[in-house]
Design a protein around this ligand. Sequence first.
Ligand SMILES: *[C@@H]1O[C@H](CO)[C@@H](O)[C@H](O)[C@H]1NC(C)=O
Ligand SMILES: *[C@@H]1O[C@H](CO)[C@@H](O)[C@H](O)[C@H]1NC(C)=O
Length: 257
Amino acid sequence: SAATSILLLVLNRFGLFAIFDGHGGDGAAKAASRILPENVAKILSQKGTIERVLTCSNASDVLKCAFDLTEAALNHQYEGCTATVLLIWFDQNKDCFAQCANLGDSACIMNVEGKPIAMTEDHRVVSTTERARIAKLGNPLKDGESRICGLNLCRMLGDKFLKEQDPRFSKEPYVSPVVQISKSCSAFALIASDGLWDVITAKKAAQLVLDYKERNMGQEISADGVADHVLSEARNLRTKDNTSVIFLDFDAMRMGR
Ligand SMILES: *[C@@H]1O[C@H](CO)[C@@H](O)[C@H](O)[C@H]1NC(C)=O
Ligand SMILES: *[C@@H]1O[C@H](CO)[C@@H](O)[C@H](O)[C@H]1NC(C)=O
């Protein structure tokens, strides 16, 4: 599977960090990694949108709309991808806000003042929440049934043919609550494709970051350095998958690094 990550800044007030992990080929992942940020930028440039996001401290509508437009623009019949998109923005007081939307199993975790926050939902066929969603559609999965049409995911971008064949596939993203990170808070975010989460728990990943930062205390720590550290741990644990990792240090961001 192929994973792509992107970064975008709108008006220096918004930042977007995303991972798209493809299956059936890398076509949908590549297209979505280009189209989705364009859609977010387009939506944010509509009159009154930025003001509304800042006033409500909520970008849920922006994220949902960007996912809808992206899904509509993809015409991949037999290729699909996960999408995990973390949007961050600063308000007038330079407080930072973060909100995440996702389809699939590329998880995003945050850590604010040592407190772990799960920013995504897993959309695997084996996920309890997905089995409950599917049961409500009137065609529940059997015990031990872990794939639909050969796929272990049941929410994704693309895979248009599968979505037409089987209504249990969904394109509705999960949107997280908004996390506020005030100026004095220490915080980070980690987004990764399933290759990481297959071998490292969210708790362990956060601990790897905290340990690394402590070991390198007083030195300038690059986001790439932290991401590489976490990734090499996954490799040591013999992850089988191609793995992408994005690390975001809110402390460094505030200091303009
Ligand atoms: C990882 O990705 C590269 C480039 O997309 C591909 O050539 C390679 O086969 C992939 N490896 C695995 C294990 O999927
Ligand atoms: C954010 O907006 C969405 C959609 O309008 C709404 O459902 C949700 O409750 C809002 N969240 C907060 C924290 O206000």
